[in-house]
Design a protein around this ligand. Sequence first.
Ligand code: ZN
Length: 212
Amino acid sequence: MWLKALVELIFPAPIVCQLCQQQIVDEGLPACKHCLDSLNLSFTQLQLQKYQGFTLSVYQGRIKQILNEIKYHNNYRAAVVMGEILGLAAKEQTCLQCIDYLAPVPLHMSRIKQRGFNQTEAFAKGMNRVWRRPVIEVIRQKNTIPQNDLTAKERVKNMKNAFLICNPEKIKSKHVLIIDDIFTTGATFNALADLISNYQASPIGLFLTQTK
Ligand SMILES: [Zn+2]
């Protein structure tokens, strides 16, 4: 038994890619090269009115498929890998070196019960493996209705008073990076960013994808 442990210590078992379950991951990378190539990643600034926000890709193709696996087939490991990718991207950007806290956009408890986990918290966990930043706890106190079929105006109304920051005194004068999976109209992001601003903190957004 100890000999097996010793051999594994000297020659660690190759790590299988958590996105495709097929290829081997090279040391220091979050996923296999084949998967990383297929994601079409590019750190891009979003054109927002009130706040700064960035995205890594467009919500289509392989990344859309992975997000569906995460959200509708409970693929937690894939979510952590996507978080590592977000963390590695953030680490490289001079505009994000000011970040003091991560704020993964929370889900309402009823949604977490359905899904088993919150994908944005899994992203923050993955990010922290490569780029250490404490997470600020935010609660979704209102069970908002899914935004897909709402107009932009209805989305803003739907998100009103949706969030609560647990220890707001911590974030005063700090830079807080709001983490979410998909940027669409920004109604969710603005609601949380406005709340963070109310506590004299500076919110910035980082989204895995944006809809076209
Ligand atoms: Zn792969």
